[in-house]
Design a protein around this ligand. Structure first.
Ligand code: HEC
Length: 108
């Protein structure tokens, strides 16, 4: 009988530990801003995680001198080798991803 109680206790502790770690990993996901997630999904392949990959002629985002409005225009309508995202992203998402791009900036 004692063993059964012990087994149930162990199972309960394991369950609590599992759900606790589950919720903490969800919190970690919430720490990433929406803009960061969009950037990871849509922009990293050309600009790289830090913005300085410059693949296929992409501009180095860490030294970009564009204003926020100009960046929004480039991301919305595209320019040169970069496609516009007005079909893929909402205006709100474009703002969020541009905000993230601006955090990559070395000259704020
Ligand atoms: C297919 C590759 C590619 C992808 C994907 C891409 N870009 Fe670009 N990006 C470029 C290229 C190429 C340029 C340079 C355009 C030019 O020469 O006019 C550029 C330029 C820019 C610029 C202008 C920088 C400056 O200083 O002139 C910004 C801002 C920018 N990209 C942001 C983004 C964001 C945000 C995303 C994701 C939503 C993204 N890019 C996705 C290729 C890409």
């Amino acid at each position: 009988m004692r063993n059964v109680v012990l087994a149930v206790l162990v199972a309960l502790i394991a369950l609590v530990a599992c759900s606790a770690s589950g919720s903490s990993s969800m919190e970690q996901k919430q720490v990433a801003t929406p803009g960061e997630n969009i950037y990871k999904n849509q922009c990293v392949m050309c600009h790289g995680r830090k913005g300085d990959l410059n693949l296929s002629g992409a501009k180095d985002l860490t030294i970009s001198t564009l204003s926020e409005e100009e960046m929004i225009a480039v991301v919305t309508h595209g320019r040169g080798g970069m496609i516009g995202y007005n079909m893929t992203l909402s205006q709100e998402q474009i703002k969020e991803v541009v905000n993230h791009v601006r955090t990559l900036h070395v000259v704020q």
